[in-house]
Design a protein. Sequence first.
Length: 442
Amino acid sequence: MAKVVVMPKLGYTQDEGTIAEWHKQVGDPVAIGDPFFDVHTDKSVITVEASCAGTLLKIALEPGNTVPVLTPVAVVGEPGEDADAILASHVTAVVADAQVEADFDDDEDDEPAEKAAAPAEMGELKLTPRAKKYMKDNGIAAADVSSIQGTGFQGGITERDIKASPLARKLAEKTGVDLSAVQGTGAGEKIMKKDVERAAAAAASSGSDELQIASVVPYKGVRKIIGDKLAHSKFTAPHLYFTDAVDTTNLTAFRKQLNENSEVRIAVSDLLIMAACKALKKFPGINVTLKEDQIVTYKSINIGTAVAGDNGLVVPVVKNVQNKSLTDVAAESKDLVARAKEGRLKPEEYSNGTFSISNLGMFGIGNFTAIINAPEAAILSVSSVRKTPVVITDENGEDTIAIRPMMNIQLSVDHRLIDGLLASQFVEYMKQLLENPVQILM
């Protein structure tokens, strides 16, 4: 019997997904576990494996299209089965379930006559559950949207179809027009492109004192996920900061010597990871997290490095660094960072970290403060190397001024779990390791 394949929910915060690429074409055999299609989520591109076997009878969603999770994307079955009929039957069942749910959620204070009339009117339209909720919340009758051409699955009317046309939405984003303040002239008062153009022209001629907007984009997706996570960390965990300056003279020379003899290129970030691992072994009280009412100390040292990719900030994690060599870390880190920039990390590759490093040195930043990557308890920020006059003691015990390449490091800690003395000791040990880098590998 044919199976309808739906857009999977690959993360707790994922509401929709985009097909990036199909690995099978119509008519191809499909086996359980085969790479089936790639989904572009908020954080990465994930390959979805087939969960059923048969022949790919129909692809219902082409690459580049975004749909809510659980939307049908394909049909797998036996040759000769009617894929369109199977899809139609699936959609009918889903709509019926959604209608039952909507009826159940109706206010008990509604008049019986209104309750009886609503299903009959709604039953004539192919509405998504979110579209129905939007109509209910805004008092929109079924007759007002009956002439709208739906852009959802098999012509279903979505919430976005009711609010504004696709062209109107694009133009509004470009011109900064607030759609909630625009009166639509289309069917069912739908906002059309000309309505947005009229509103934009009115705003432009309203006077030079008017606040001019370059663009407006929705606060959603990966940007919202990052923002919500950072806000939760900042306002839940009391942050405490510890800063010191590191002389990188020996670190630079040591790295150069390593790369002359290593088949794998060693980056500064690799040495930072190894140094942090050694420091976390010495001070395990930093390698902790708070779970409900328990402080958990980890044997595993999983170090994440913040990377700015195409889909926003992600933190790929090198797992169990305590069991790996410098070349192992360098090779793994290089692979993770490259795929993070492309948005092709698997969820398990950017989760379960116990400590993080945020390195902005390559961007010339002299100093910055990093927010803890919850639920971890600490993060190390690393700034650029700058030639700085410093006081040094020469071999005769006399103080002199010399120009040295200096790099600021700052440790942000959750003060609920980590005291100032422990954090200070950690930072000073990191400084010792980086200024005497041969100790990192001892």
